[in-house]
Design a protein around this ligand. Structure first.
Ligand SMILES: [Zn+2]
Length: 373
């Protein structure tokens, strides 16, 4: 399902192709986040106008609302949100460990009180995959334990033990749910943990690499540790993951961080930055499109469109950008929409920012093919 087409001679960066039931993707690629089944403020047309290749949605939030029964009844999230491209769904593990205070981890499940509804929820490797089957996910993530930073070594060790046991249960659950038998089966990804401990990271990556997963995520990074620590871990972990499987760095999304991770051999990214910042009126623009590099951030800039200096600028955000927003509006108009709190402002800014990220990934893929990255 994953094919490496070209490896850069300059770095460990790879250009490839990943096939999913809803179409093939050129790698490396970026996934904007549709937590509850929408890229906030965008309908399906807007999602396509942003040249979105794949969206990430959240199993746990969709399990809460609209719920399993409705998603299954309507034939999954693709039909529900009107999107026919690929969808990756996370397992809910991260939400459990970031949102819930009173969680109880047992050998085969995690139970906790939902902070919003107050209801007790039990997640198991089986039921999170069953939910992802109802969603119709193209890339499914296994349930994992994602400890916060900083955590004692013993805590991380315990998290690894549980995550490994759950990874094994997930493979069995995938079979039991009949997913292997499907002609175009969804992909199943494992999640490696290990905090900032080199030995634990290596141990967990090697253990999971022996199991028959379609891809491997690097979890538990970008959770507050220093950036250099993150890169150090990344360099060591990526080399231990199978060369012939896609690698996904979860939650990392600053443009220069994406570039650096690509150079380490990462193929997939997701982050809320382009959508969240768009809603706050922060716009991403290339300064030197031909000189993208991981060592500096000089080739792009961000600015607050609400600022008074943009009031009379009757030019597109970026005249060289191919997005719907830049093709039909001006900075002055965008500034005006944000100032009068028109919801159209968020929609147009979101389209542009996601397009910026997709353009960045296109430039990255091109640079790998020409050995410039
Ligand atoms: Zn644009």
């Amino acid at each position: 399902m994953f094919r490496r087409i070209k490896k850069s001679v300059k770095s460990r960066a790879r250009f490839g192709r990943l096939a999913t039931p809803h179409g093939a993707l050129a790698t490396p690629f970026f996934m904007p986040v549709a937590t509850r089944g929408s890229l906030k403020s965008l309908d399906a047309q807007g999602t396509r106008d942003a040249r979105t290749e794949i969206v990430l949605s959240n199993t746990y939030h969709l399990l809460n609302r609209p719920g399993y029964a409705l998603l299954e009844k309507c034939g999954g999230l693709h039909a529900f949100m009107g999107w026919n491209g690929p969808i990756l769904t996370d397992s809910g593990g991260y939400q459990v460990f970031s949102l819930a205070r009173h969680r109880k981890i047992a050998a085969s499940s995690v139970s906790f009180k939902d902070p919003q509804t107050g209801k007790t929820v039990i997640l198991t490797p089986y039921n999170v995959l069953k939910m992802q089957r109802a969603i119709g996910s193209d890339i499914m993530m296994v349930l994992d334990v994602c400890p916060p930073y900083p955590s004692e070594k013993e805590v991380i060790q315990e998290a690894i033990r549980t995550t490994t046991a759950w990874a094994k249960s997930s493979i069995m659950a995938y079979r039991k749910l009949g997913l292997y038998r499907r002609k175009e089966r969804p992909l199943l990804f494992a999640i490696t943990q290990g905090g900032v401990y080199d030995d634990l990271r290596a141990q967990h990556a090697q253990t999971l690499a022996k199991m028959p997963f379609d891809g491997y995520a690097i979890g538990g990074l970008a959770v507050g540790e220093p950036r250099e620590k993150m890169y150090h871990i990344l360099t060591n972990v990526v080399q231990l993951l199978p060369e012939d499987k896609p690698r996904y760095l979860m939650g990392v999304g600053k443009p220069q961080d994406i570039m650096r991770a690509v150079q380490e051999g990462v193929d997939m990214f997701d982050c809320v930055i382009p959508t969240r910042e768009a809603r706050h009126g922060r716009i991403y623009v290339f300064r030197k499109r031909e000189r993208i590099t991981a060592t500096s951030a000089e080739w792009y800039e961000t600015y607050a469109i609400r600022h008074a200096r943009h009031q009379k600028r009757l030019v597109p955000i970026d005249p060289t950008c191919g997005c719907f927003t830049c093709g039909t509006t001006t900075i002055a108009y965008m500034h005006h929409l944000f100032r009068v709190h028109d919801p159209l402002a968020e929609r147009l800014a979101t389209i542009h920012n996601i397009y910026f990220y997709n353009e960045l990934m296109r430039l990255i893929r091109r640079a790998i093919r020409t050995n410039d990255l």
